[in-house]
Write a protein that binds this ligand. Structure first.
Ligand SMILES: Nc1ncnc2c1ncn2[C@@H]1O[C@H](COP(=O)(O)OP(=O)(O)OP(=O)(O)O)[C@@H](O)[C@H]1O
Ligand SMILES: [Mg+2]
Length: 237
């Protein structure tokens, strides 16, 4: 049984249907990526899986349970964490405080402290600056903080929405290396990216979204070598 199963999911904003019946699964331990151009419905999909948007139709099963109508807090408690598009860190709070907020549902102070230290091992720069306001971090460092914060709920599924957005090539590579490291530690990841090359090179499976539908699916390697993907998303002609 897959950890996450999305069946014929449809999501609308008023009368505008942004996701028009998509289906995919994520097996435990896998990295699955959704790629596609602006407005394809990638963020809408993640926000629906997080319980921030209600599906119009379809079925979302997570860890053996249908979670369509469960609120966002309960979904975090079930084990889905979301590092949102644009990071959404709290700029006036310190780095440590931002991480603590990711553990808002937990009561185990010692475990939380342990996980904060783990975040600082994964991202040493965050540890060095732990008492500073998060707003002083660079864009890439804020991305690290957003990922660290999402991990603070000890999720079974980590969802990352465009972690490489707006980053320099070096910082982007660092983020991708971290995702690879999390994968090697057994973290299950649903990765939304416009950087198709980077995402496909580390994903077990990928889905190409186009205006609310999944146009093409395959292993990361298959999609990376698919001619239409290369033309549309990898800048080749
Ligand atoms: N709050 C909203 N109200 C109305 N329409 C919305 C809203 N948010 C998104 N949309 C529309 O839904 C569609 C899908 O948007 P979504 O943000 O899911 O795409 P995306 O694949 O994440 O794009 P991007 O790569 O630019 O982040 C778009 O047509 C968008 O304009
Ligand atoms: Mg988006």
């Amino acid at each position: 049984m897959p950890l996450l199963e999305v069946e014929d999911l449809r999501v609308a904003y008023g009368k505008i249907e942004a996701v028009k019946g998509i289906s995919f699964t994520v097996e435990a331990g896998q990295v699955v990526t959704l790629i596609g151009t602006n407005g394809a419905g990638k963020t809408t999909t993640l926000r629906t899986l997080s319980g921030l948007l209600k599906p119009l139709a379809g079925k979302i099963t997570f860890d053996g349970e249908v979670i369509n109508d469960i609120g966002a807090h309960k979904i975090v408690a079930k084990g889905i964490a979301h590092s949102p598009e644009g990071r959404r860190i709290f700029p006036r709070l310190t780095i440590t405080e931002n991480l603590q907020l990711g553990a808002f549902l937990r009561k185990d102070a010692a475990g939380i402290q342990e996980d904060i230290e783990r975040a600082y091992t994964l991202f040493p720069i965050l540890g060095e600056r732990r008492s500073q306001a998060a707003g002083t971090l660079s864009g890439g460092e804020q991305q690290m903080l957003a990922m660290g914060r999402a991990l603070m709920s000890r999720p079974k599924l980590l969802m990352l929405d465009e972690p490489s957005m707006g980053l320099s090539p070096i910082m982007m590579q660092k983020i991708m290396e971290t995702i690879t490291e999390l994968k090697s530690q057994g973290t299950t990841i649903l990765l939304v990216e416009q950087n198709a090359q980077a995402a496909l090179s580390l994903a077990d499976h990928g889905h190409v979204m186009e205006i609310g539908t999944i146009a093409l699916s395959g292993t990361g390697q298959e999609l990376m070598h698919d001619e239409s993907v290369r033309k549309a998303y990898l800048g080749e002609d």
